[in-house]
Design a protein around this ligand. Structure first.
Ligand code: HEM
Length: 411
């Protein structure tokens, strides 16, 4: 199940930000015929148990329906008489398959689901492959950045600095960026503590102190998310016009942005093709992570995966990858499980990309950080990295100067 889930994940990542496609949701598949159950009196056989452990789809109707027969109940003779024809195991089966008549005092959606053992695949995935692959992805990105740094070194300003600066980012642009960056870093760290803490921090700090860290992380994560969403909107509004692709981007990409060779400075406007990719990745992944995050923040109130699967099925995408139709009906808990997995997968991909961005925006490129710190960059930096934008700004400056210059009196 986990293997098929990963295949589906690759599809989902490549096609839509909200798409989430675990094979666990698929019905059917190669079901192995269970062995005759007469020998167990209708209960499951060893082969049934082994098939389940192998992750095979098993028609377990024989268990789902074995939840007691009221007609076979002994009559209620006295105060301590039987309440029905169900044994403890009958009752537990009814609870597990969601057919028990449950009454709970707690209010809210899905509070009457007492057992959800169909969520075991999610638990296994969350504490196994998700942690391992996510952790490796971040580690791999750090290694890539370090290797790049050791081979290429920081990208220096090649010409002589002019000592004259030019305004690159206004105060509102810088505020939006740092709000986004600050909230992202807090969300990333608190999210990682939530996911890895139980395994990584309890052995170091013990359970008592970890509970304080975990509670603080949860509080930070739930509240800082609002700042992140607000900053995402602000960044989008500030920069969308500068991130529309143009012809110069193709040349920039063809030359690798000058990132891999010295003395190469492909022309670029305010943002080059690499930055445009970062911008759109931030917007698309930002929206997707916010949507799944809201779904987690308001449990059971914002189900979105059954709908997404429906759209994917209609587009024929899962079928294209040989995965059949995805389940379009799911329980409220399954919706939450998909939301949690999708949220984490997007977060890992997002963090990996941002690690590269942070490198280039700080130690990786001389003069870049100033643009976000003071808003100003040296003219030589602008000329080398954003020549088309620099020319535009200079032209605007000249135009403004000529407008302000006193008109020459007519002879
Ligand atoms: C300490 C962390 C960070 C540093 C040092 C940093 C630095 C920078 C700098 C210097 C720029 C402007 C580059 C230029 O002048 O052309 C920039 C732009 C940008 N930053 Fe950051 N940044 C950080 C974190 C983040 C985070 C966490 C996000 C998003 C989640 C983000 C999103 C962006 C975007 C969308 C842009 C515009 C496109 C681009 O230049 O790539 N930054 N950042």
């Amino acid at each position: 199940m986990i293997k098929t889930f990963c295949r589906l994940l690759i599809l989902a990542l490549s096609v839509a930000p909200l798409a989430w496609a675990p094979a666990a949701a698929q019905q059917g598949g190669a079901a192995e015929q269970p062995a005759p159950r007469a020998s167990t009196g209708g209960a499951q056989t060893l082969e049934d148990i082994l098939a389940r452990q192998r992750g095979e789809n098993l028609d377990d109707g024989f268990r789902r329906e074995a939840t007691g027969d009221p007609a076979r109940a002994a009559g209620i003779a006295a105060q301590l008489g039987t309440l029905g024809g169900a044994s403890d195991s009958d009752v537990f089966r009814a609870l597990r398959y969601g057919s028990a008549d449950v009454t709970v005092s707690a209010r809210g959606p899905a509070t009457d689901v007492i057992i959800q053992d169909s969520g075991m695949w999610w638990l296994e995935l969350r504490k196994g492959p998700l942690l391992i692959w996510g952790g490796w992805l971040l580690a791999a990105m750090i290694v890539v950045v370090l290797v790049y740094l050791s081979i290429r070194g920081p990208i220096r300003i090649e010409g002589a600095k002019t000592g004259r600066s030019i305004l690159r980012f206004s105060a509102i642009e810088r505020f939006s960026h740092w709000l986004l960056a600050g909230s992202f870093i807090l969300l990333g760290l608190s999210g990682l503590i939530t996911l890895f803490g139980r395994f990584a921090l309890i052995p170091i700090f013990g359970k008592d102190f970890f509970s304080v860290i975990a509670l603080a992380s949860k509080w930070i994560h739930n509240n800082v998310a609002w700042a992140f969403m607000a900053a995402l909107v602000m960044v989008f509004v500030c920069w969308v016009v500068h991130n529309v692709p143009n012809r110069a981007d193709l040349i920039w990409l063809a030359k690798g942005g000058g990132l891999f060779s010295k003395h190469v400075h492909p022309p670029a406007r305010k943002f080059n093709a690499g930055q445009k990719i970062v911008f759109w990745v931030v917007i698309v992944l930002g929206i997707s992570i916010s949507a799944s995050g809201l779904s987690l923040l308001f449990p059971f109130e914002m189900p979105m995966f059954a709908k997404t699967f429906e759209i994917l099925n209609a587009l024929g995408l899962p079928q294209l990858f040989g995965m059949g139709e995805l389940a379009t009906e799911m329980t409220p808990h399954e919706e939450m499980q998909y939301a949690q997995l999708w949220h984490s997968v997007v977060a890992f991909v997002f963090m990996a990309i941002i690690i590269a961005h942070i490198y280039l925006g700080s130690v990786g490129m001389e003069g870049a950080f100033e643009s976000m710190e003071t808003g100003e960059v040296d003219r030589q930096w602008a000329k080398e990295h954003h020549s088309l934008w620099y020319e535009e700004v200079v032209a605007e400056e000249q135009e403004a100067a000529s407008r302000e210059a006193p008109a020459t009196p007519a002879e």
